[in-house]
Write a protein that binds this ligand. Structure first.
Ligand code: FEO
Length: 393
């Protein structure tokens, strides 16, 4: 695929990672891109780079436009190596280039590389490059402390790095070339797994950027927004406020099908109360997909049998992941089965409580196999939980 001119004299020159299926544990079944942008003006500027193994692909696209040795500035909006992993090689190709980065970016890049020509820029600082101006705004924790965006007012173009990204590898570069359902799903999965812990910082960043006129948002992963900017801004506003729908998500694992039977009894009760329910069995569903479901679900019911005095390892991994992402404003419920001991249910309940979730019903723990009365009680609990969810605000 050749270079793409996204605005006059602004070119996409990134790399497409068609085969990526895991991004530090987050399943990326559609692959991803690392988007880099070349700006041709009196000064030549490259904004961000690509993962190290796609360096030749990016360099090839740059060479179609300009001799890389003519690059005057490389903007490093973010230290993480999916965007800065080619900086050292790029500096060798562009020996006169100065690398512009945030103050925290300078510190982070110095921990990864030696010998880069770095210049930190302050938030709000501008750089005239000819007909165009680059404006830099720090957006700490969206995704790392160093994160920064670059804005070009003459083009109404925002280059926000990780923000508004999605893991999609495709020939298409723009949002009107792909189905909105796919874009929304991948943008939601990206937000849930990468940005969710930083809702307050996202809110601050959206506020800081709200005064900018934008008719294109070109992130560092996936497609470029030009036709659906109001839609994606609306989704981000919802996500950073931890707004949810009145839906229930049942997450469980099972050993001899007792916890599974309990999960289905709860589902039946919830459905009886008119609740939309999704079931996710940890043994067959990836954690990153479950977190995406959780982003919209206000109620989360969590169940595991007891194994070796604790919960199943799959549930331990799930709760560790959830604790790291810190979804707020959720209603929880714990359940489980056991032969003896029975610690799993209480441990789950404690984990949900520790995250500040509301627990309107006491958890349920069943010895060995749930009988008809116990299943009926679980259905009744499901009905009560569904009613509680319906009345929640
Ligand atoms: Fe796409 Fe935080 O790097």
């Amino acid at each position: 695929m050749a270079k793409v001119e996204i605005k006059p004299d602004v070119f996409w020159v990134g790399g497409i990672d068609w085969d990526l299926r895991s991004f530090h544990g987050y399943s990326t079944r559609r692959g991803t891109t690392y988007n880099a942008y070349l700006i041709m003006d009196e000064k030549v500027v490259l904004v961000d780079t690509v993962k190290h193994y796609l360096f030749d692909e990016m360099a090839g696209r740059i060479k179609e436009i300009v001799d890389p040795s003519r690059i005057d500035y490389i903007v490093s909006n973010h230290v993480e190596m999916d965007h800065s992993g080619s900086l050292e090689k790029m500096q060798a190709l562009a020996p006169n280039a100065t690398i512009l980065t945030s103050t925290m970016g300078e510190k982070g890049l110095l921990r990864h590389f030696r010998g880069l020509r770095l210049r930190p820029v302050k938030s709000g600082e501008t750089l005239n490059i000819g007909k165009k101006t680059l404006m830099f705004y720090h957006i700490p924790m969206v995704h790392w402390p160093d994160s920064m965006v670059t804005y070009i007012p003459q083009d109404r173009l925002l280059l926000p790095n990780d923000a508004f990204g999605q893991h999609i590898a495709s020939e298409e570069r723009f949002d009107d070339q792909l189905d909105w359902g796919i874009l929304r799903e991948e943008a939601a999965k990206y937000y849930a797994n990468i940005v969710m812990p930083y809702g307050d910082q996202v809110k601050a960043a959206l506020g800081a950027l709200s005064g900018l006129q934008m008719d294109m948002i070109a992130p560092s992963h996936g497609i470029i927004w030009r036709s659906r900017i109001p839609e994606i801004l609306k989704e981000y506003t919802k996500w950073c406020n931890y707004d949810t729908e009145k839906k229930a998500l049942i997450v469980y694992d099972t050993m001899w099908h007792s916890t599974e039977k309990m999960a289905h009894a709860l589902r039946e009760g919830l459905e009886q109360a008119g609740t939309v329910v999704a079931m996710r069995n940890l043994s067959v569903t990836d954690l990153s997909d479950i977190i995406t479901d959780m982003q919209d679900s206000r109620m989360v019911l969590v169940g595991s049998p007891t194994l070796n005095n604790g919960m199943l390892p799959s549930m331990g991994a799930f709760l560790t992941y959830v604790r790291g992402l810190r979804p707020r404003k959720r209603i929880g419920f714990a359940f489980g089965s056991f032969g003896w001991g029975g610690q799993a249910m209480g441990d789950i309940e404690n984990a949900l409580r520790a995250m500040g979730w509301e627990l309107p019903e006491k958890g349920v723990n069943v010895k060995f196999i749930p009988g008809q009365e116990e299943l009926a009680a679980l259905r009744a609990a499901g009905v009560r939980l569904g009613e509680h969810l319906r009345n929640s605000s």
